[in-house]
Design a protein around this ligand. Structure first.
Ligand code: PLP
Length: 454
């Protein structure tokens, strides 16, 4: 049976959304009540503005999260495939991390002195990602911001090159997009400090010719990229793209920074280790401390030597790289335990096999209903898009976004006990995720596909 997209009528999408919204409101009276009260003290009734971006008429407040299950204040359990948009890829409160953190909480949280755990963390990150010298930050955003500063400092060049529709956190230089080949602030960028075309060059992912033209201008300090884009849906690198990018960056004297914050989903050493990349610097954050706020950046011996040569040690605390709580003992203890006991090789085997199961279930339903959609998997992360072809660039991925279907599918899943990452149809597997949870999503997806094709 192949009925296809032409049979997905917009009136059906709208009617299903209205039905789901009524069901949502009826099922979440306590969340609604808390949100009403929260509006009096929190901007928009949430502790951070993007929490308004969940589906439904108000945010769901949660009471507990454990393993891959979240329980809300109205008593509903959810199979959590969002996992804090990767911050909880370890599963919620993994016991090994919780134990290490509990111990550290009672024996000194932050002191301005290094703790012994940091040595084990540096060694393990070096072993996993193949770059030898590490620093610990409070977030992945910070790691990216500091690496950009360091790249400018040691190359003496002013610009950063990023790919269109990238996301690297709230980093000024990377909150940009292309508008007819002109670099502009991305939609929603709050108070951009300067015209971003002064700081940043932007080309499309997978376009080596455009990359070469940009690098040939000679003012790019570093290329900052995820190895596959994951924040505009998944955009996989084309064959030869990484080799070409490495060659071009070397040829034109630009450093190559690989942001593994999301692509750690590929394995213990991220995409870098899985595919033998040779970055000059690696940045990371989110899940490496099991959900405790942290980030890190690492560099090769050669870059470390140049950084040390350029560091004004008398001013190391005020040079724009740092943060009083960066490298605090609590975060570092959490990373050590998480890497040693949670995000292990064995855990990834389980997580990747669940993502394959997710992918197969979604593919089968797409096929059965003849829908012009597709699913892409990257390690233990999978995502479906409401468009027939896999995008090769950020612009293609952004153009494929269907806001009406997106909000319907998120709400449809939530109402059936499955949490998807709010900004797109992304699912992530943790060591605690089960086949039953993946199958719950597959069943709901099949039901939605069926209703949409009626
Ligand atoms: C690839 C990538 N890098 C960095 C970040 C920033 O992480 P944080 O918001 O934890 O600083 C994000 C956040 O989504 C990300 O997706």
């Amino acid at each position: 049976m192949s009925r296809g997209a032409e049979t997905i009528r917009r009136e059906t999408v709208a009617a299903l959304y209205e039905r789901e919204l009524r069901a949502f409101e009826a099922a979440h009276p306590t969340s609604r009540e808390i949100h009403e009260r929260a509006k009096g003290s929190l901007l928009s009734g949430v502790p951070m503005n993007w929490m308004t971006r969940w589906p439904g008429s108000f945010p769901v407040f949660f009471s507990e999260a454990s393993g891959a299950t979240v329980t809300d204040v109205d008593g509903h359990d959810y199979a959590d495939l969002c996992l804090g948009d990767t911050g909880a890829m370890t599963g919620h409160s993994p016991p090994a991390t919780a134990d290490a953190v509990g111990e550290r909480l009672r024996s000194g949280i932050t002191t301005m002195l290094p703790s012994g755990d940091s040595v084990a963390v540096g060694e393990e990150l070096g072993r996993r990602f193949g770059v030898s010298r590490w620093q610990i930050t409070v977030s992945a955003t910070d790691a990216n911001r500091f690496v950009i500063r360091l790249a400018r400092e040691i190359t003496g060049r002013s610009k950063v090159l990023v790919f269109n529709h990238c996301y690297h956190g709230s980093v000024d230089e990377a909150l940009v997009t292309l508008d007819d080949d002109v670099v502009v602030p991305r939609d929603g960028s709050v108070g951009p400090p300067v015209d971003p075309s002064l700081t940043t060059m932007v080309v499309e992912f997978n376009d080596l010719d455009a990359l070469e033209r940009a690098l040939a201008l000679g003012d790019v300090a570093c290329v900052l990229t995820e190895p596959a884009l994951t924040n505009v849906g998944i955009v996989l690198p084309a064959d030869g793209f990484h080799d070409g990018m490495r060659e071009l960056t070397r040829e034109h004297g630009a450093l190559l920074v690989i942001d593994e914050t999301h692509t750690l989903c590929c394995g213990p050493g991220g995409y870098t280790a899985e595919h033998g990349l040779e970055p000059d610097l690696v940045t990371i954050g989110k899940p490496i401390a099991g959900g405790i706020p942290v980030g890190a950046y690492g560099m090769s011996d050669e870059i470390a030597r140049r950084v040390v040569d350029h560091t004004s040690w008398d001013h190391a605390d005020e040079g724009g790289v740092g943060g009083t709580l960066a490298g605090n003992a609590l975060s570092v203890a959490a990373i050590r335990a998480t890497l040693a006991e949670v995000l292990t090789e064995q855990a990834f085997t389980h997580m990747v096999s669940l993502a394959r199961r997710f992918e197969a279930g979604v593919e089968a339903a797409i096929e059965a209903h003849g829908l012009p959609w597709q699913v892409t998997r990257l390690g233990c992360r999978a995502e479906y898009m409401f468009a027939p072809a896999r995008p090769r660039t950020g612009a293609e991925a952004a153009a494929a976004f269907d806001p009406e279907l997106d909000r319907l599918m998120h709400l449809y899943m939530l109402n059936r006990g499955v949490l998807m990452t709010p900004f797109h149809m992304m699912a992530l597997m943790s060591p605690a995720t089960t086949e039953v949870q993946v199958d719950a999503h597959t069943a709901a997806f099949e039901q939605a596909a069926s209703e949409l094709c009626e």
